[in-house]
Write a protein that binds this ligand. Structure first.
Ligand code: FAD
Length: 319
């Protein structure tokens, strides 16, 4: 059987490949020959990073059109490239832009999509993916019909593994006249966040409704600062407007896998667990001894979060 050709749609932030794209290169290498599709102006160091993470080929569209206009030029270039090169599988990260590109591409190709996958494999000629539903079930889903198959993968489903290779660059021609693009990027505003990025943090201190009010999140920020960690939240407190949506962990928020997750006043609803149960160690603080969060905690502390967290911070500060 010929080697399968697996492409990873690659996204940059501040001029560097995003972690989820590098994770997908690990997945792609395990499935066949990995290539990255990079439709954005980028320098040699970006190509070198993609090669070092296992991309044998980087299909590179260097045109500024990709940053000036949203999605449409990407989809046109991808569709033309797929028609010319006939890859077997395209992997997309679970980012907002990737969702946009993938949805339009699927429509253009008339192809089916598997979204939210945590693992992807070929079984004979069939492409199969594992897809979790909330925290309780996972399904094996197959795509039938002809390639290319389109799969969107959850963050942290695969590790980032540099392998030290070098990529061959193949230029991608621009396939759309800017005059026909209907959605233009007007402004990009970076979100200012204190502390480490939630998805990459080794320690997360997460708060729920048990904190009582928005102001009490300050206690978690102080603890997170002592531990060099980031602050996250349950949906209940995001919905209440205590913290922004970017803090939300769970089925409809971020998926995190830190070394240590400290859940403060969080009940442990299945939709919250869906986003954090891959954490290596879980400490839960909750005044209800029957709270569901204790079922997955390595260490459970039954008590008032408003008393325990400041004491913990104070102890750590004294070390
Ligand atoms: C489709 C769908 C998607 C969802 N997606 C998400 C998601 O992505 N993320 C998410 O988090 N939720 C999600 N939810 C909501 C989820 O079902 C829960 O409602 C939510 O996680 C509850 O948040 P919580 O634990 O902060 O609040 P609660 O369930 O109200 O729990 C508060 C906890 O704090 C404890 N407590 C109270 N006071 C104190 C105190 N002083 N000290 C210590 N403990 C105290 C209580 O005993 C309780 O266990 C989703 C729901 C649906 C239907």
């Amino acid at each position: 059987m010929a080697t399968r050709r697996v492409w990873v749609w690659t996204e940059l932030t501040d001029g560097a490949p995003q972690r989820p794209s590098l994770e997908l290169l690990t997945a792609a290498r395990g499935l066949g020959e990995a290539a990255a599709v990079l439709l954005a102006p980028a320098g040699a160091e970006v190509i070198a990073t993609l090669g070092a993470h296992g991309a044998a080929v980087v299909y590179h569209g260097d045109d500024a059109i990709y940053t000036q206009y949203a999605v449409e030029p990407q989809v046109a270039a991808l569709a033309a490239l797929i028609a010319a090169e006939a890859p077997d599988l395209l992997l997309f990260p679970s980012t907002f832009t990737a969702r946009d590109v993938l949805a339009r591409l699927a429509g253009r190709l008339g192809a089916g999509v598997i979204a939210n996958a945590t693992s992807v494999r070929f079984e004979g000629e069939r492409l199969t993916a594992t897809v979790p539903y909330a925290g309780a079930y996972q399904a094996s889903v197959t795509l039938e019909g002809s390639a290319p198959y389109l799969v969107q993968v959850r963050p942290k489903a695969y590790p980032v593994e540099p392998v030290g290779g070098q990529a061959e660059v193949r230029p991608v021609a621009t396939a759309l006249d800017p005059a026909s693009c209907r959605v233009r990027v007007v402004e990009t505003v970076p979100q200012v966040a204190e502390g480490p990025n939630l998805e990459e943090a080794e320690v997360i201190v997460a708060g729920g409704r048990g904190l009582g009010k928005a102001e009490n999140f300050r206690l978690l920020e102080e603890l997170a600062r002592q531990l060099g960690g980031a602050v996250g939240a349950s949906r209940a407190v995001v919905d209440a407007g205590w913290v922004p949506y970017s803090y939300q962990i769970g089925q409809t928020g971020k998926t995190v896998k830190p070394n240590l997750y400290i859940a403060c006043g969080i009940s442990g609803a299945i939709q919250h667990l869906a986003g954090m149960k891959g954490s290596k160690h879980v400490i839960a603080i909750n005044q209800d001894p029957d709270a569901a969060i204790f079922e997955i905690a390595d260490l459970g502390v039954v008590g008032d979060v408003l008393t325990i967290v400041p004491k913990l911070t104070e102890r750590l500060a004294g070390r």
